[in-house]
Design a protein around this ligand. Sequence first.
Ligand code: ATP
Ligand code: MG
Ligand code: FE
Length: 339
Amino acid sequence: PLVLGIETSCDETGIGIVRGHTLLANTIASSMDEHARFGGVVPEVASRAHLEAMTPTVEAALAEAGLTFADIDAIAVTAGPGLAGALLVGVAAAKSYALGLGVPLYGVNHLAAHVAVDQLEHGPLPKPCIAMLVSGGHSSLLLVPDVAGDVISLGSTVDDAAGEAFDKVARVLGLPFPGGPYIDRAARDGSGAAIAFPRGKIDDGTLDFSFSGLKTAVARWVEAREASGQSVHVPDVAASFQEAVVDVLTRKALQACRKYDVHDLLIGGGVAANSRLRALAQERCEAAGVRLRVPRPGLCTDNGAMVAALGSDLVAAGVTPSTLAIPADSSLPITTVHV
Ligand code: ATP
Ligand code: MG
Ligand code: FE
């Protein structure tokens, strides 16, 4: 069956079309240019941009796939978590399309969709697998017996998300928002061993993360240098900060694999686009005999294909479709894969 997926949880209006795990279209309109000068996503601006972008982005996706509305067998939509007003635009559009076309509706969890998307590139997920979700709003380790059925949370950040730490440190370094990609790029000209920044919760026996102490340590280090009139070598700070984040992430992910005796690790979410995380995870997984799956960077950040991919899994699993009464739930828990 052909599934059209709608993503509007943050600033991207993403429309994806899949048949099974075959990607047919993935079209994105982003309002990030309108938010960047505020140093963060402005919810009201994002909602309005989704309204304006919805119809053209759906039409562009259909055109990209060479399909018409009549070909669509099911609609999947991000029901949460995310910005309430932004989610609402996607959920309302999805209900309208489902009702108008007479096809089933599937409200899905954005975070589980970040996991499911990898199947468009690397085929069905091994059952079970460990998934590490690292994004702008979340950092979690999950045990995934079946992404269409249930995910079990093993640990998560107790303060900032990994992506949030990247964005805040980027601001300290005078880099644009969102800072993750800029830190990634700046770090290539620096040394990850230049400055010993703290690794929060590294060996505390839990599968939780903490990044706010690291963020503060970077800010203090930069302030101290500037106060004493010394220059700040941005590439070294970026690389050393990034090394601290990815060192903790990869170590905890492999601890989870060992603890649950699972030999397949998937990394998803916007921070999974990070080049150093991808390289270090590959190196450490090889050493530990764990198979690693990471989607290509364009599928790690928010998109509609991930929603369509999870919708497709729900259809295949024979899950009961959502009713037209489903709400947009800005704080949908990660363990609720569909509503
Ligand atoms: P969530 O998925 O938790 O709702 P979100 O949807 O806003 O949050 P994503 O789009 O999944 O987040 O990811 C965006 C985050 O990923 C931002 O914090 C951004 O800085 C970060 N990011 C993107 N590319 C990179 C990169 N190359 N290196 C590090 N971080 C990156
Ligand atoms: Mg985004
Ligand atoms: Fe996301």
